[in-house]
Structure formats: structure tokens, C-alpha cells
Design a binder for this molecule. Structure first.
Ligand code: ADP
Ligand code: ZN
Ligand code: ZN
Length: 761
């Protein structure tokens, strides 16, 4: 018989596949997607996933055999395996790293001799009560008669009969014990009924997931403009697999998505709807469940691992009466076990949160979703009010179809933008703490009309740093090259990079003088001051610090929707996609730190963020107002935002990018090197830099220290590689991998960490 071999993905960062021979007794079980136990090296035993079975004898001296197949059922399907392989190739990491990111950890194959990876999945069981046997009507009446003297027991039995709808001859329905207890209250009465052989307990498996029982409400009718765009998307899909929907804020993009989803679900297909932010899923799910009900599921990082397993199983479940057909998810939802995907929607496609920075795989979920859709032969719709330069240029070149929606639903006008000059207000002494007269008066007016307000500030905490007014000393993290942020509520200074915190210094760490000053402002300080300035307003804050608990997002958003809050203060979490009926004023506290951020995408991002956050205002009945505070009102990006001129921004940025050799016209790969010893880091970075320069010449920038040059005691240096688009990318990656390998072979590199980031974002 022909010898068979299995390639195995192991949960380790080593690249390449591991090939084992399949012993004769396992031949029937060795299939792609199943878990298998193998030995690696001299002692280590690992469990991995078989990704391919074949008869190509590997070129090795001794080939080991698989030890065991741990479960004959595949845990991943073949499309997933292809997808993992693409991610690992494209983003230059191992398939093991992709597997680790892709699966809930309770599913992961564990390294047997390494520490156990995670707790295993345990189905949840709950106690149910049911009739001990099929009683006839006479028997039941007799029982109820006898129980007249035991009213608590009679109540339980009656409540059981009521809820189960039991009649003689119908089947026996188990009911949750907790339900009967809640209604009729007595555990001892239940015990007695069980003792008398009337009721019996059974333990049944129950799901952990919340269900979204919809009313199957019919779809809203699209406006005539929306209907045109809907039709145009459908006809673009006949020729192209990828369509970009450029629709201004509140034009009804979500409404169009819902219509597209409906069509696919009716065909019995699966749909993936991606969002960049967990906070958004809380609101959109309510809109979706109305129409699509229980076939709708949500996926994001706030679920427990046990819940993730159940979501995973429901996506894999092909039975439409129990499985999910529509998944609303963030970045990681691209890894779910879809089998029948026909449409992917990536909303807010420009958003940086789609990119995973650390650890590997450093994938962009938007771009990966394009590949996922291709593997499923599905269509993909990217939507945004201010598309990324990447996607827009793809549309401009005809690679993507383009659909445009330029008017708000209900013909409501885009918000009026007021630029408030902070420099002048400071000079004229008109600033009240961090607020311009324009912003304060807009808040006043809105409150007087019982309308709501959002205030946006891109920093959390109270103040970004503390400074000695005498000598300029600033407390920094002991482990990172980062100023400590003052958090007033806990009265500590916190590092936002590593979480290190310390008590607030009373006196200067350098010259010893007392009276350190807080500098700059974050959301916490804005909240404090707004409370003083508007004492009767109801105020809430949404940022990383106030949303640590599991349901915090939903709670804060719900309260704002219900108008239990007048003013909501927050970071970029509140800038995206949220839809509030009564919100008319949006204030941007400080546009300067967006515009001046040291990154080639800073201007594009500022435009997107300002458009996005402005887009929250005045979405239903009337035009909203947006107050942008800046010291530079003449800034070209501010001027473009004033006119909501996306095309103008695109042209201007595209010209810059082209002349300086940046994406979308050039590709970029970033290599980060980390070492605890600065001199060693410099030495190795220089070696790699000059090796790469031999291959890529002027395309190499660096090595240099990034803005944050040390995190958690590790010094960091980066090298940027700019690659012209006509170079074959696969070859470029080989060259880079080769240089990295050569460096890793040098003496002393054991303490050096190298991370390659393809398409850094
Ligand atoms: P976008 O996703 O483009 O920001 P939305 O789909 O959230 O826009 O629509 C903005 C608002 O207008 C929402 O409150 C939505 O319910 C409402 N809306 C949009 N289209 C319609 C429609 N065809 N019928 C009724 N309401 C609509
Ligand atoms: Zn730190
Ligand atoms: Zn000092």
C-alpha cells in the first residue's frame, strides 16, 4: 500500500509545515482539520491540526509517525485551512500563530509537555423538572385533589402544567427548575413532589449565548436614492467581487446592508457583517435582530472562551433552525468556521482597528476578509463615509466597483461645522478652562432645548502628563519611554503602554520643588469640568477606563439612547457609527493633537475621524452642529472638513503619497527589533539595515527609534521598507525573510526579538 503523509500545523511560531507518516491503522482517520498527537524534537509531544494528507515522501532521513488522532471529527474546515495558509504567507508568520489567533483557546491543540493551554470547553448543564410519567387526566385531577392540603406543592404542579401545556397524550416537556422556583418559590415542595413520584429532575445541556428572538419585522422601505444605490451595488456585483460603498454619514448605509443581507439569508446563505468596534455591535445588533431574529450571532473579544466555543459551533452548524446565518463581529470574526458564506460587509472599512498590531498574525481584517470572500466565492462590500485611500484608489482604478450615496436620509443636511480658534480665545482670555465660548454656547443651547451632546477627546485619563513648573521635569514610566498619565479618580499616574502605575509625586523628582502642575487634558478632566460648568446636566463618560466591565458599552449607550444622559464624553469609541436620535451637538475638544500626530496617515485619519464624529450629530430631524476647537483654523484638513470634501482630501493626500512613495501607491513592510540592551539593539539593527539596503537601496528607511522607543524595558528600533508595486511581492518577502534569518544566525541574537509587519497601519 502507498505510504501516506500528513502535514501538521503545530501551535508554535516556527514557520513551515511538519510532515509525519500516517500509520496504517490511522489512514481512515487522518483527514484535514482533525487533531493529531505528534512528537517534535527529542521529547516534546504536541497536539496539532492536520492540514493536508498526501503521498509525497518528504526529503528527510527519518520520518516520524503520527502518534494518535485525538478526535475523528474535524475542528476546522478546508476553507479555513486555506485561509490560515494565506494569512501566514501574506503576513509572514507561522500557521501555528494563525491557528492560535483563530480558535477559541478551549479548542486549541495544546502542547502536551508545555503548560496546558487553556481550560477545556465544558457544556453548561441546568436542572429541569418534568412529570415523572405520562399521567392521565383522571390521575392528574386526583393528584391535585390530594394536594389541596399541600398548597405549595399544588402551586408548583399547577405552574408546571400551565407552562408545559401538558395534556394526557402530549409529550412530557422539561421546564427549567429555576423558572418553577421563581414562580412558586419552594424548593422543599419540589422535593416532596419528586419524593411522591410526581415530578422528576433531569439535567440538560443549555447554551450560554443570549438569543436574539426577532419579531421578523419587515424591512423598511428604501428611499428612492437608497434604492438606486442598492440596485447599483447588485449590478456591480455581477461584474466585480468587491464593491466600495462611499456613503456620507447617516445616508442609510446600514439600511442598505440590511436589504443586501436579507436577500442572501433568503437564499439560505451565510453573511458576515464586520464592524471595527465592540461598542458598535451593541447598537447594530438591535437593528439586525428586529429583522433576522435568532439566526443572528455576535462575536467579539468580550465573550468568555466558553461562549466563544458555542458561537463557533453555531456558525459551523448548517441547520438553519439552530445555527447562525448572520454574524456581526469585529476583527477576529474572519476566523469563524463559515461554510456557506455568500456576502461579507466591512463597515467603516477605513478604520485602523481592523489591523492587529500584536502579536502575530499582524493581519488587517478588512484585507483578509477580501481573501476570505474570494475563498468562499462570496461578494464583499466595503462601506465608509470617508474610505481609506487604499480602497478609494482601488475603486478609482476600477479594481473595485464604486457606489456613492451623497445625501442623508430624509434630506437632513450635513451638520454645520464651526471652527473655534483656541489660540485667539486664549489671547482674548475668553477660554473657560478648555472650552471656547462657541462650544459652551452650543452646549447651553442644546441643553435648553433638551437635546443631547457628545464631547470628543482623543485621550483618556485626567491629564497626559505632570510637569515641574520650575525645571520642566516630567514623571515617566520606569519601563517605557512614555510620560505617565494622571488619573484623578484613582489618584495615580499610569503608563498607557504597560499599565505600570505609581502614586502621584508630591514634589519634583529632579529639583525637589513642590507644586507639580498637571498638563494637557484627557476625558476624565473634561468630565470633571463639564460637571462644574453644567451642574444640572446628566453626564457620562465612555472610554477604556469606564468600559472594563462586560456590559459597560451596552449600558452607557442604552442610557444615552434613552436620554437618561445629556452629555456623553468619550474617546474614539464614541466617534464611530453610533446613531442617536436626539443628538444635535458634537464638540471636538482638541483637533491639534490629531493633525500633528507623527504618522504619514495623520491627515487622512484626522479627516476621517472629524467626519466620522461630526456625522453623529443631527441624524434624524434637524441639522446638527459641530464645534471643532483648534489653534490652527486655516489647516488644510480643517478647511476640507468644513466643506465635507472627501474627494478634495483624497486628491491632496494621494498626491503627497505618490510623491513621497507611500501607500496606496507603494507597499510597506515594517520590521521592529527589540532588545533590552540599547547598544546591542543598535548593533543588530544596523546589520539588518545595511543588509536590506543592499537589496532595496533607497527603499529602506531607518533603522530608527520610533516615537515610543522603549516599552516594558525593551528598546525598540524600526526599519521601514517601501516597495514599488511592480515588484513581485512574494519575492520581496523571501528576500526580507532571508535577511532576517541571516541576522538570527549571528551570535548573541537569542535576546533579540524581531517582528515583521506587512502593510503596517
Ligand atoms: P449610515 O449607516 O449611513 O450612517 P443609517 O443606516 O444609520 O446611516 O441611517 C441613518 C438614520 O436614518 C437611522 O436612524 C436610520 O434608521 C434612518 N434611516 C435610514 N434609511 C431609512 C429608511 N429607508 N427608512 C427609515 N429610516 C431610515
Ligand atoms: Zn510603561
Ligand atoms: Zn523640578
Amino acid at each position: 500500500m502507498q505510504e501516506l503523509y500528513a502535514d501538521i500545523i503545530l501551535p508554535i511560531a516556527v514557520k513551515g509545515r511538519f510532515t509525519y507518516s500516517v500509520p496504517a491503522d490511522l489512514v481512515d482517520f487522518a483527514k484535514p482539520g482533525v487533531k493529531a498527537l505528534v512528537q517534535l524534537g527529542n521529547r516534546k509531544i504536541y497536539s496539532g491540526i492536520i492540514c493536508r494528507v498526501h503521498d509525497e515522501k518528504p526529503d528527510l532521513e527519518n520520518i516520524r509517525q503520527l502518534i494518535r488522532i485525538t478526535d475523528p471529527e474535524p475542528v476546522v474546515n478546508e476553507i479555513q485551512l486555506k485561509f490560515w495558509s494565506w494569512i501566514s504567507n501574506y503576513y509572514m508568520c507561522s500557521e501555528g500563530e494563525v491557528m492560535n489567533a483563530a480558535m477559541p483557546s478551549a479548542f486549541l491543540p495544546e502542547g502536551i509537555t508545555s503548560s496546558p493551554v487553556a481550560e477545556r470547553y465544558r457544556p453548561r448543564e441546568e436542572s429541569f423538572l418534568e412529570l415523572a410519567k405520562s399521567f392521565s387526566d383522571e390521575e392528574l385531577n386526583g393528584l391535585l385533589d390530594k394536594l389541596k392540603k399541600a398548597p405549595a406543592q399544588a402551586a408548583i404542579l399547577n405552574s408546571y402544567l400551565f407552562h408545559s401545556g401538558y395534556t394526557a397524550g402530549s409529550g412530557i416537556v422539561p421546564l427549567r427548575k429555576s423558572l418553577l422556583l421563581k414562580e412558586s418559590g419552594s424548593a422543599s415542595a419540589i422535593m416532596s413532589l419528586i419524593g411522591k413520584g410526581i415530578l422528576a429532575t433531569v439535567s440538560l445541556r443549555v447554551g450560554r449565548l443570549k438569543e436574539y428572538p426577532g419579531e421578523a419585522e419587515s424591512l423598511r422601505e428604501l428611499s428612492s436614492r437608497q434604492a438606486e444605490v442598492f440596485q447599483s451595488i447588485r449590478s456591480l456585483f455581477e461584474e466585480k467581487d468587491i464593491v466600495l460603498l462611499h456613503g456620507i454619514t447617516s445616508s442609510g448605509k446600514t439600511e442598505i446592508y440590511i436589504h443586501l443581507i436579507e436577500e442572501q439569508l433568503r437564499r439560505g446563505k451565510q453573511v458576515l457583517y464586520m464592524l471595527p468596534e465592540i461598542a458598535l455591535t451593541a447598537q447594530i445588533i438591535l437593528r439586525l435582530q428586529k429583522h433576522f431574529g435568532t439566526v443572528t450571532g455576535v462575536y467579539h473579544s468580550r465573550f468568555t472562551d466558553q461562549e466563544k466555543v458555542e458561537i463557533w459551533n453555531k456558525v459551523a452548524d448548517k441547520d438553519p433552525s439552530s445555527g447562525y446565518r448572520l454574524i456581526l463581529g469585529v476583527r477576529s470574526s474572519v476566523f469563524l468556521p463559515f461554510s456557506d458564506l455568500s456576502l461579507v460587509i466591512v463597515d467603516e472599512e477605513h478604520d485602523g482597528s481592523y489591523k492587529q498590531h500584536d502579536p502575530a498574525p499582524r493581519y488587517n481584517a478588512r484585507d483578509s476578509a477580501v481573501m476570505l470572500a474570494a475563498l468562499h466565492k462570496a461578494k464583499i462590500l466595503l462601506g465608509s463615509a470617508s474610505p481609506s485611500l487604499e480602497s478609494y484608489s482601488n475603486a478609482a482604478m476600477g479594481k473595485y466597483g464604486l457606489a456613492v450615496l451623497r445625501e442623508r436620509y430624509g434630506q437632513i443636511r450635513l451638520p454645520e461645522i464651526i471652527v473655534a480658534n483656541t489660540r485667539e480665545a486664549y489671547r482674548k482670555k475668553l477660554m473657560v478652562s478648555h472650552f471656547t465660548p462657541e462650544l459652551l454656547s452650543a452646549i447651553d443651547t442644546a441643553l435648553a432645548r433638551d437635546e443631547q451632546i457628545i464631547l470628543f477627546q482623543n485621550r483618556r485619563g485626567f491629564s497626559p502628563y505632570i510637569e515641574c513648573p520650575e525645571c520642566g521635569w516630567i514623571p515617566v514610566c520606569t519601563q517605557c519611554a512614555v510620560n505617565l498619565t494622571y488619573h484623578k479618580s484613582i489618584n495615580r499616574m499610569v503608563c498607557h503602554y504597560c499599565g505600570y502605575s505609581e502614586e502621584v509625586s508630591r514634589k519634583c523628582g529632579s529639583c525637589g520643588s513642590p507644586g507639580l502642575a498637571t498638563k494637557g487634558f484627557g476625558t476624565e478632566k473634561i468630565e470633571d469640568e463639564i460637571r462644574i460648568l453644567f451642574p444640572s446636566a446628566r453626564i457620562a463618560r465612555m472610554d477604556h477606563d469606564t468600559t472594563r466591565s462586560r456590559n459597560a458599552f451596552t449600558r452607557i449607550i442604552r442610557a444615552f439612547e434613552e436620554h437618561e444622559t445629556d452629555i456623553l464624553i468619550g474617546t474614539q469609541m464614541i466617534s464611530k457609527g453610533l446613531d442617536f436620535e436626539n443628538l444635535t451637538v458634537v464638540g471636538i475638544l482638541n483637533a491639534d493633537n490629531l493633525l500633528n500626530y507623527p504618522d504619514f496617515r495623520a491627515h487622512e485619519r484626522s479627516f476621517q475621524l472629524l467626519e466620522q464624529v461630526s456625522g453623529r450629530a443631527g441624524r434624524r430631524r434637524k441639522q446638527g452642529r459641530v464645534i471643532i476647537q483648534t489653534s490652527d483654523p486655516a489647516h488644510r484638513i480643517i478647511r476640507l472638513v468644513l466643506r465635507h470634501d472627501y474627494e478634495g482630501m483624497y486628491k491632496m493626500q494621494a498626491a503627497d503619497r505618490l510623491s513621497f512613495g507611500y501607500p496606496p501607491f507603494y507597499r510597506m513592510i515594517k520590521i521592529s527589533l527589540r532588545h533590552r540592551d540599547r547598544a546591542e539593539l543598535n548593533r543588530f539593527a544596523d546589520i539588518l539595515g545595511s543588509d536590506l539596503r543592499k537589496q532595496f537601496g533607497k527603499g529602506i528607511l531607518g533603522p530608527e527609534f520610533p516615537v515610543i522607543s522603549k516599552i516594558q524595558l525593551w528598546y525598540i528600533k524600526t526599519i521601514l521598507i517601501k516597495i514599488s508595486k511592480d515588484k513581485p511581492l512574494a519575492r520581496v518577502k523571501e528576500i526580507i525573510a532571508g535577511s532576517v534569518e541571516r541576522l538570527e544566525k549571528q551570535k548573541g541574537t537569542a535576546a533579540l526579538r524581531i517582528a515583521v509587519d506587512v502593510d503596517p497601519y
